[in-house]
Every structure is written in structure tokens, then in C-alpha cells.
Design a protein around this ligand. Structure first.
Ligand SMILES: Nc1nc2c(ncn2[C@@H]2O[C@H](COP(=O)(O)OP(=O)(O)OP(=O)(O)O)[C@@H](O)[C@H]2O)c(=O)[nH]1
Length: 194
């Protein structure tokens, strides 16, 4: 079975739950006292998608402002960017639009963009309505669903959808899977925000 390595980065304000999403996906665990990320952290997980193995190389960036300038190192070369906001904090939704603009201007072409409205277990104190939030990702053809790292809601599904949006390779690599070309499927735009 062919193995593909897919670099994925997570972007978004501090405290929105980027690391928690990664931990839920990779380790199926949740830590209510998780520490803020310093610089960035890296984890991998391999999953089967159709007749391929997808090895996600996940760069979880730090949301604190003092690390902001490091982000390009992680989104460059990414097949997908997961931009996270937190449904109980309106300002984190505004910040994500800035990330999308930056990716459009400086990110790699054809990056799959996924917008994750995290902490959907906190609906009683939500500030961002799901229906209002949905218009924006729809307008840029981004993946969008609300999720909860705490309750494991829609976390695996996020990565399955990323796998689905990344076109299959025209030629399978012999093994190890590095350095082969991604082909664009014209029928399904991967990003159209620019
Ligand atoms: N209720 C709830 N809390 C969550 C959820 N996801 C994360 N948290 C909590 O939110 C806080 C911040 O989570 P992190 O995963 O560290 O957030 P981050 O975006 O990685 O933060 P930085 O590393 O500073 O960029 C922690 O206390 C988590 O336990 C969720 O889905 N629901």
C-alpha cells in the first residue's frame, strides 16, 4: 500500500484548542490542564484512507502573539492548514480570517484549508453561531464543522475530510512516499480565497 506523507499545520489564537485537537487525534486523550505551546510541537499519525496510507506530519503552532512570526515556517509546504477558533470567543473567529488571508498571500498554492470551531461542548456560552460561522468557510471552499477535542466530536472526521480533499497521486511511490506530485482535481476547488 502506498504511503503518503501529508504535512498539516494548525493555526489560531492561543487557547482555542489546537494542541487538544492534535492530542485527541493522535493519542485519543484530553488534558484540561494542558500547557500553552512554546514555539511549535510536532506529532505524527498514520491512517488508512482508501488504498493509501496517509502519514500526517502535524505541526501544532503556538498561538501566543510572541510566536506569531514563526508561523510561516510551519505553514510553508503544508498540504493542509487547520485554522481553529473557539465558539465561545468571537474575537478568535475574527483572527482566523487574518490567518486565511496570510495563507492566501504567503502560503503554498492549493493548501487545503479546514476551519475548526472548537469547544462545541460549550454551546451554552457560545458567542459564534454555527450558522453565521458557516458562511465564511463556504465562501472560501474550506472544510468546516464545529468540533470538540474534549468530547472527541468530529476530530477524526476532520482528518478524514482532509485526506478526502487531497487528490490521489498520479503515480504511487515505491515506498516511503516522499517527493511525488499532487494532482489537482479541477472539479473540486481546494481553495479559492485569493
Ligand atoms: N471545554 C473544552 N475545553 C477545551 C477543548 N479543547 C481544548 N480545551 C481547553 O482549552 C484550553 C486551551 O487548550 P490548548 O489545546 O492548549 O489550546 P491551544 O490553541 O493549543 O493554545 P496555545 O498552545 O497557547 O496556542 C485548555 O484548558 C484545554 O483543556 C474543548 O473541546 N472543550
Amino acid at each position: 500500500m502506498a504511503l503518503r506523507e501529508l504535512k498539516v499545520c494548525l493555526l489560531g489564537d492561543t487557547g482555542v484548542g489546537k494542541s487538544s485537537i492534535v492530542w485527541r487525534f493522535v493519542e485519543d486523550s484530553f488534558d484540561p490542564n494542558i500547557n500553552p505551546t512554546i514555539g511549535a510541537s510536532f506529532m505524527t499519525k498514520t491512517v488508512q484512507y482508501q488504498n493509501e496510507l496517509h502519514k500526517f506530519l502535524i505541526w501544532d503552532t503556538a498561538g501566543q502573539e510572541r510566536f506569531r512570526a514563526l508561523a510561516p515556517m510551519y505553514y510553508r509546504g503544508s498540504a493542509a492548514a487547520i485554522i481553529v477558533y473557539h465558539i465561545t470567543k468571537e474575537e478568535t473567529f475574527s483572527t482566523l480570517k487574518n490567518w486565511v488571508k496570510e495563507l492566501c498571500q504567503h502560503g503554498p498554492p492549493n493548501t487545503v484549508v479546514a476551519i475548526a470551531g472548537n469547544k462545541c461542548d460549550l454551546i451554552d456560552v457560545r458567542e459564534v453561531k454555527e450558522r453565521d460561522a458557516k458562511d465564511y468557510p463556504d465562501s472560501i471552499h474550506a472544510i468546516f464543522v464545529e468540533r470538540s477535542a474534549k468530547n472527541a466530536t468530529n476530530i477524526n472526521e476532520l482528518f478524514i475530510e482532509i485526506s478526502r480533499r487531497i487528490p490521489s497521486t498520479d503515480a504511487s511511490p515505491p515506498s516511503g512516499g516522499k517527493g511525488f506530485k499532487l494532482q489537482r482535481q479541477p472539479s473540486e476547488p481546494r481553495r479559492s480565497c485569493c
